[in-house]
Every structure is written in structure tokens, then in C-alpha cells.
Design a protein around this ligand. Sequence first.
Ligand SMILES: [Zn+2]
Length: 278
Amino acid sequence: MTKHKIALIVGAHPDDCVLGAGGVSILLIRAGWRVIFLTMSDGELGGNPTVRISEENECARTLGVHVEYGHLPDGNITSVEAVKVLETKLTEHRPSLIFVHAPADSHKDHRIVSKSLQSAARRYSSILFYEGPSSVDFKPAMRIRLEACVRELKQQALLAHLSQSTRVRTTEWIEATGRYRAWPHFADDCCEAFVPLRMDIGLLLNPVSPVDTLSYVVPHVDQLALGTDMNLLSDLTSLEMLKDCPVSRKDHVLFFLGGLLSLTLAFVFSWSSYLVTA
Ligand SMILES: [Zn+2]
């Protein structure tokens, strides 16, 4: 059985995780990772908490991520309680990669969750800050390109948060911000952008399975999803849309070269066996 690497995405309220890191979550799942949303409150200040939790569950199901809750009080999250929840979840999951709100944010809960995570995860090697509509002075150093079908799936997942998308127009925000972050290198696409607190580059060189080796041939974070075998998705019915994603020309070249190498090795092995036995 494949041992999945785990990415933990931490957000103060339902919808924070998908807004800041929904796209990269989809791409990590495609690359064989297990992705967990940790939503620290039930979001009761933004609507009925039962509705908000069911929206977050539906959003997670659409993305193919697992979701867990801290059940801390919306609008009144304290660092003591947040660190306690985070330390418990970190011990339970041991994530290789963690995403959390950027520390500069006009929302108090976001600031406290970001700072608390930095404290709770002080021994973890890879932590990235994501942005949201209330981020302040966010200056990204890393970004990942979201091809059209990934973008559509992220939008579809966000639409599960019906109580918020009409109230704060979050769908417009991810489209506008994604376009802005893509400029100028991926001007026809959208990107999600991040600020690394620290990042273990070795993560890019240590793929989950041999199939995913192709994903890391190009050592660039923008190419994280290259070459993913779509058969990996066969048990993820929520990601059906991704089967229609076009495979890039670079993928075709890599798969062709891989096949050619396998055939050559098989021929050499057969020939040498023949010589030994002859
Ligand atoms: Zn929030």
C-alpha cells in the first residue's frame, strides 16, 4: 500500500483553506498526497454553524480532501487554545507540508491562527503562508499554476460555501487574485501564491511513488503536477473532472522517453540472458 505524504492546510474559518490553497490541494492529491483541511472554528459569526460545517464538508468532498475541526469560538480564538489544537493535530498527522494564513491580516482570528501554527509547528521543516481576501501587504515568493480544470474544480468547491460566496463575493476574489498572481509568466492562467516561512526543497526530490517520479523531473514548484498518472484518480470519484485535463506535450515526451528506456532495458536483459545460456 502506498504511504501517502500528508499536507495540512490550516484555516480559522470554513472556506479559508479552499480560498488560499484549494488549487494546490487538488494538485497535491493528483501527485499522490493526502491533504487535510484543519478548520479551527465552526464559523458561527458568518452564519449558522451547522450550515457552515456542512458547506465545508461538501467543499472538502468536492476537492477530495479530508477535513477536521478545532471547534474554537469564531471571532474569539485564543493562541493558548489554538496551539493546543494544533499540537494535537500535528502529532496525529505528522504532515510533511503545512499551509496557513499569512501573519499580516486584518482579521484577528487569521493572525492568531498563523502565529499559533508557527509556535506549534516550530520543529516542522516546510511551512508556507497563503493569502486571503483580508491579507495585508502579501508579497509572494512562490506560486503554482492552476490549469483550467483545476481552477474550475476549485471554483466548484468554493461554491459549496453558498452562505459566504453571496455575502463576500469570494468567487470573484479567487478569479481576480489568481489572474494577478499569474502575471506575467502565466498570463493566460491563474496561480495560487505563497510565502515560505521555511521550505524543505528535498520534498520535490522525494516523490510518493515511481509513477510520480515524472512529476519531479522538472525541479520547479510550478511544475508540481506534471506527468501525473490519471489512473491514480480512479478511486477519487470527486475528481472526475480532472480526467478531462489535457496532458501537456512535455508529459507526452517524458512518457515516451520512459517507455523507450524500459524497452531498451528489456531488450538488453533478454539478449544477455540468451548469450549466457547459449
Ligand atoms: Zn477566515
